[in-house]
Design a protein around this ligand. Structure first.
Ligand code: C2E
Ligand code: MG
Ligand code: MG
Ligand code: MG
Length: 282
């Protein structure tokens, strides 16, 4: 009996594995098709000044208009990275971001737009050339572009990449370290990187309103960020209480559902016209 049970389990495991492999293969072929059929879209989440609440920029976030509904990055980014498809998807994102910056500029609402860059994209020597080409083709000024690079990636990128980032920054673009506080940082390395902003991960700010230690940690990290000559951005702010604490402990820029959700372009522009500017005026 025990033996047959064991075999049953093994078969079950094999079935699961086969299903998993089939699912991954399906996702990969769907992703390839999505690239060809232009099934991606960007949504935009405002970033506001902690001081007076006026909009200082936005983060572009990727969505996949899948036949089964809108898919979030968590459902496909990792697979796109594993298969290398992120390089093509990332090129689409960069062209879209350049065109968006330019379109908003023509509408008289120049906004800094931040774009997430994955490790695989930076592996390609052509990345910075293509980025420059996309910005030139759209006549988008570099000063309205921000690259978000995760803490882990920032710690491991090659000297060539650091040099290319420095060049881009000399053109006026800015660099933000994303998800800070989730990886480990070599502080000496952090000092050497050309960085403008550091984004405190949601996990660092989640408990700041109710927990003194969490608040002390966030405050110390903001002090460190300022010491490096950078601005501190808090992401994933879900309550007014969190926003209030972050203002008190010196955070410069706020982003999260409590301020605004990521929005499609039309809704984003409407938000800028009403909330974003009203607050700046008030
Ligand atoms: P991220 O860059 O750290 O982006 C922040 C994520 O937090 C976004 O999730 C955003 O929608 C979400 N968020 C914003 N405010 C709140 C809040 O108040 N509470 C909570 N719980 N979440 C909030 P999203 O859009 O699902 O993106 C997830 C991740 O996928 C991003 O994390 C980024 O690492 C990656 N990603 C998104 N777009 C792109 C892209 O175009 N290219 C690449 N390579 N990665 C991307
Ligand atoms: Mg980001
Ligand atoms: Mg982040
Ligand atoms: Mg992230």
């Amino acid at each position: 009996h025990a033996k047959s049970l064991g075999r049953g389990r093994a078969e079950h495991f094999t079935d699961l594995l086969a299903a998993e492999i089939a699912e991954r293969a399906q996702l990969e072929s769907d992703l390839r098709e999505a690239v060809d059929k232009d099934e991606f879209a960007l949504v935009f989440q405002p970033q506001v000044s902690a001081g007076d609440g006026h909009i200082v920029g936005a983060e572009a976030l990727l969505r996949w208009k899948h036949r089964d509904g809108l898919k979030m990055p968590a459902a496909f980014i990792q697979r796109a990275e594993e298969t290398g498809l992120i390089v093509e998807i990332g090129e689409w994102v960069i062209e879209e971001v350049a065109e968006t910056i330019s379109r908003w500029g023509r509408m008289g609402i120049p906004q800094r737009l931040a774009v997430n860059i994955s490790p695989r994209q930076l592996d390609h020597a052509s990345f910075f050339r293509r980025l420059r080409e996309a910005m030139l083709a759209a006549s988008a000024p570099a000063k309205l572009l921000e690259l978000e690079i995760t803490e882990t990636l920032a710690m491991h990128c090659s000297e060539e990449v650091v040099d290319a980032i420095a060049l881009l920054r000399a053109d006026g673009a800015s660099i933000a370290i994303d998800d800070f506080g989730t990886g480990y940082s070599n502080l000496a390395r952090l000092r050497e990187l050309p960085v403008d902003r550091v984004k405190l991960d949601r996990s660092l700010i989640e408990k700041v309103a109710e927990n003194a230690e969490a608040r002390a940690i966030a405050q110390a990290v903001i002090g460190l960020v300022h010491g490096l000559g950078c601005e501190a951005v808090a992401e994933g702010i879900e309550s007014e209480a969190q926003a209030a604490v972050l203002r008190v402990i010196g955070c410069d820029i706020l982003q999260g559902y409590a301020i605004a959700q990521p929005m499609a372009e039309g809704a984003f522009l409407e938000w800028v016209r009403t909330e974003g500017w009203e607050r700046a005026a008030g």
